[in-house]
Design a protein around this ligand. Sequence first.
Ligand code: HEM
Length: 147
Amino acid sequence: EKDKELIRGSWESLGKNKVPHGVVMFSRLFELDPELLTLFHYTTNYGSTQDCLSSPEFLEHVTKVMLVIDAAVSHLDDLPSLEDFLLNLGRKHQAVGVNTQSFAEVGESLLYMLQCSLGQAYTAPLRQAWLNLYSIVVAAMSQGWAK
Ligand code: HEM
């Protein structure tokens, strides 16, 4: 219960517009693994990572990612209800060439974003609470890679 409060409170404190936070998260991700940028086929039209990060298609994906996290946060009491959705989401990512190993970097980028955005409010228990939620989401998405 304490975990849920930490997650809800911190997510809310990021404000209504989550897109800029998502951009921070994905900037970090492409720093950790620049190869992932190439999975967004439209990125070939852009000269630099910066151009890509500000492209409308890319911001749309960031928006979608933030909406999925938002859904997880609002379903903390009922995460199994998201399992089918997350399994299908995993399938789609398998189809576009994402590897389940990349989830480690995605998780690291999520924590990096939270640390940047929350400052002092980013504590060890909060970090652990987010890691727990993230591991549930990853486990559900990973089902999409199973045959
Ligand atoms: C769709 C890549 C992580 C949520 C897509 C697409 C690509 C992609 C190429 C299809 C084109 C597009 O919509 O832009 C990646 C890569 C990731 C990543 C490379 C990191 C390794 C995530 C994460 C989430 C997410 C962590 C949410 C938890 C979505 C959603 C869609 C999508 C909701 C739309 C699926 C649909 O069309 O129904 N992703 N993605 N993605 N992604 Fe990701």
